[in-house]
Design a protein around this ligand. Structure first.
Ligand code: DC
Length: 229
């Protein structure tokens, strides 16, 4: 029932979609419920962004970014329901990872094909028994094209801006809805229109709009689709 392996490879549920659609929470809940590993691929791109910042890389130059990435190593440690702890060398960068500044740099380096290729093995190494929930933009299209189930999870820009404002407020960070909406809009356009691995819903993906659905309903829908896959 949905837990067959592809060849010898553990099963994968790929969840793609724009940021703020609820992918992180849904992926976390699925991983806990099914006892699967979790890949937050956005964190891999964000860690790459922090590495670039630390190395003072010129983020308009692919070779400058690549040589920065060769200098530092990021490591990812699962913390159950607390998400992932990210270290770069012996520095804990888990909090810095979530800032808008780092999200912005991540989005800029993510347009570079050589960067995407350099981060592939790292992402695929998370595919371990009994299975993997992979959260990102190109999980079903590029990283795990043989995933047992592909989900495209989205929500309206307004819903996503509201959710983001709430998350930031909980962390004591004040922002305005108009600046958040504009940032989300700009990042969406860049992620969807980039030449390499753009964010698009593939034909074989289960399309879920979470604007008017609660987390439980989204999780339930995905688990039942996985059981039928
Ligand atoms: O999901 P997130 O906001 O943490 O992602 C940060 C940036 O990384 C986002 O702007 C796009 C990029 N990204 C990507 O290109 N491919 C992925 N699989 C995950 C994230």
């Amino acid at each position: 029932m949905g837990t067959e392996t592809t060849g010898n490879l553990p099963p994968v549920i790929a969840i793609d979609g724009p940021s703020g659609a609820g992918k992180g929470t849904v992926a976390q809940r699925l991983a806990t419920q099914l006892g699967f590993h979790l890949l937050d691929s956005g964190a891999v791109y964000r860690a790459a962004a922090i590495i670039c910042k630390k190395a003072n890389a010129d983020i308009s130059s692919e070779s400058s970014v690549l040589s920065a990435l060769a200098t530092f190593q990021a490591t990812f440690h699962a913390r159950g329901t607390d998400g992932v702890l990210v270290m770069i060398g012996d520095e804990n960068v888990t909090n810095e990872l979530r800032t808008e500044e780092i999200a912005e740099i991540a989005s800029q380096v993510a347009v570079m094909q050589s960067v995407r290729t350099a981060l592939l093995d790292e992402q695929r190494s998370f595919r371990q028994l009994p299975g993997l929930i992979a959260d990102g933009r190109d999980m079903g299209s590029v990283v795990f094209p043989d995933a047992q189930l592909k989900v495209f999870l989205t929500a309206s820009v307004e819903t996503r801006a509201l959710r983001r404002a709430k998350q930031l407020k909980e962390k004591g960070i004040e922002t305005t809805m108009s600046s958040l909406t504009a940032e989300i809009d700009a990042r969406d356009k860049r992620d969807s229109s980039r030449q390499h691995a753009p964010l698009v819903a593939s034909d074989d993906a289960l399309y879920v709009d979470s604007s008017s659905l609660d987390i439980d309903s989204v999780v339930e829908r995905i688990v039942s689709a996985f059981e039928q896959a």
